[in-house]
Design a protein around this ligand. Structure first.
Ligand code: FBP
Length: 546
């Protein structure tokens, strides 16, 4: 494998661990827990893994454990730091007993079902320490939900003598990890399942999980690129840059990048929904800011757009909900072509939704009507919202120009930042956080836990003061409609409009819209002053300052 100079230098970096994980641990248990919603239903669905306490690790006495093997799966979209979760788990498992082995299942959950695996050795893992990407074993979006898959899984877990499986994933993958933990517990198969909070989207967070790993590095990478564009924009002074940012439904990435870069405009999907804005309202909001800057002679600017915005426009949200139900109909399952699928949905949705569907540009409408990802999500990364919005703003400005309401020029450039940041070399924060999450998972396993997610808290403090432990996954669940049926799922964290990050943004955005108040964050730094190299996201700083 080819190694860059940065990679060679980063390989020598020893990620920091919380003090409690530096020696033997004891698990301190809190009070029994409840799920965040639908308690009776979730309790009934998870009789073996419901109500367990939150765990905190403290320094304890050494315990000798017989050798055991562990399996690991990377699930869903890549996020910087995945290799460090694996190296932390590897080191943690080996520290318990050097005879322990770690097996990686290849290309995601499908590797477990298809018995596709490899042993992770020290020679192998040493090539991947502190690197971005998931390429050590690959990732995939196969959804683990059928008993037949669980049974196929147990065959290979038994064959390899695996006592515990660690699933690194987002809200959907951790939900499935919990379903698997419950199934194996109910069947008394003796295999523990532990989850780990991953996703650049930042939407897997709650009172117990401060942030999902990868959010820090991805946002810093996008902010570097946005800063570079803003420099160019402020130098040439002739373009409005429409920049779509990944993040699925939630706007955490767009908001964090806005806090880091101070663009002229940042849309926040959750606000669009709360204010019941129509597509035209969103376009008018942007056009007014463009016109106001043009009136001052500034025919340039930056607009950040969360990729999921279309789903939050109330009329389109209603349309998507009906499309989801229609696509789940048995007759829809045998459709083989995209055109047939579009005709099918048009024939089955209400007249009101059909009118909305027809009013959308055909490429956007088609994407909404086509297949969901395996977890039932609209594939918002494929919708070119940045082009749609800039086109509609241009049309509106043309009308305003005729009426004398707009006096400037409107040249545009379009960008979509997503894949550029998902595999970046992890920041020091993500390198340390991920290594700690993986190491900590080995302690949850050693303590016999199942149905837990590995958690590290207090992460705005120096790493030595971080708090390590576990949270029962059922605690984060409620029932939601997926693929036409009510399902237990981890509640997604959207941007809270009364939360500190959004409030800070809302208090400054008018100034940022009018003035050119750009910040140019520059590239992630790995060596240098701690206030440059080890700072967390602005979102986390504002949230933890409460
Ligand atoms: P998960 O971490 O939830 O799997 O998703 C991350 C993500 O990057 C989303 O922001 C984006 O919408 C999606 O993956 C794109 O999926 P894909 O990689 O399959 O194109």
């Amino acid at each position: 494998m080819a190694i860059s100079n940065l990679q060679a230098a980063r390989a020598a970096y020893q990620p920091k661990l919380p003090k409690a994980l530096l020696g033997p641990v004891k698990a301190v248990e809190g009070a029994p827990t409840q799920s965040v919603g639908n308690q009776a239903e979730i309790k009934e669905l998870f009789p073996n893994t419901y109500g367990m306490p939150v765990i905190t690790f403290e320094a304890g006495e050494p315990v000798e454990l017989p050798p055991f093997n562990v399996g690991i799966i990377l699930s869903g979209g890549q996020a910087p730091g995945g290799h460090n979760v694996i190296s932390g788990l590897f080191d943690g498992v080996k520290s318990l007993n050097p005879a322990n082995k770690l097996y990686g299942f290849i290309l995601g959950p499908g590797g477990l079902v298809d018995h596709n695996y490899m042993e992770i050795t020290s020679e192998l893992i040493d090539n991947y320490r502190n690197t971005g990407g998931f390429d050590i074993i690959g990732s995939g979006r196969t959804k683990l939900e059928e008993e037949s898959q669980f049974e196929k899984g147990i065959q290979i877990l038994r064959e390899l003598g695996i006592k515990a499986l660690v699933i690194i994933g987002g809200d959907d993958s951790n939900t499935n990890a919990c379903v698997l933990a419950e199934y194996y517990a109910a069947k008394k198969y003796g295999v523990q399942v532990i989850g780990c909070p991953k996703t650049i989207d930042g939407d897997l967070k709650n009172e117990q999980i401060e942030t999902s790993f990868g959010f820090d590095t991805a946002c810093k990478t996008y902010s570097e690129l946005i800063g570079n564009i803003q420099r160019d924009c402020n130098s040439a002074r002739k373009y409005w840059h429409f920049i779509k940012l990944m993040g699925r439904s939630a706007s955490h990435i767009a908001l964090e990048c806005a806090l880091q870069c101070q663009p002229n405009i940042c849309l926040v999907s959750e606000e669009v929904e709360a204010k019941a804005m129509s597509l035209d309202d969103v376009v008018t909001y942007i056009a007014e800011a463009v016109a106001a800057r043009a009136a001052e002679g500034n025919n340039f600017g930056t607009v950040l757009i969360p990729e999921g915005i279309i789903e939050f426009i109330p009329a389109i949200k209603k349309l998507i909900a009906e499309l989801n139900d229609v696509l789940a109909l048995p007759e829809a399952q045998n459709i083989t072509s995209a055109n047939e699928q579009i005709d099918f949905v048009k024939a089955h949705i209400s007249a009101e939704n059909l009118a909305i569907f027809k009013s959308l540009p055909s490429d956007v409408a088609a994407q909404l009507a086509l297949d969901r990802d395996p977890h039932g999500n609209v594939q918002v990364s494929l919708i070119e919202t940045e082009k749609l919005l800039s086109r509609m703003v241009a049309d509106k400005l043309a009308v305003w120009k005729k009426a004398g309401k707009f006096v400037g020029k409107f040249g545009t450039q379009h960008h979509f930042f997503g894949y550029e940041g998902r595999c970046a070399a992890p920041s020091n924060y993500d390198a340390d956080y991920c290594y700690s999450l993986g190491y900590n998972a080995s302690r949850l396993i050693a303590n016999g836990k199942t149905g837990y997610m590995s958690i590290i808290k207090n992460t705005t403090a120096p790493a030595a003061e971080w708090i390590a432990g576990g949270v029962p996954i059922t605690m984060m669940m409620n029932l939601e409609k997926r693929n036409g049926k009510m399902k237990p799922v981890i509640r997604k964290a959207l941007v809270e409009l009364d939360g500190a990050p959004f409030k800070f943004f809302a208090a400054h955005r008018e100034q940022w819209a009018k003035e050119t108040a750009y910040v140019y964050p520059g590239p992630i730094q790995y060596w240098g002053p701690t206030e440059v190299c080890d700072q967390t996201t602005k979102t986390l700083q504002l949230e933890q300052a409460k």
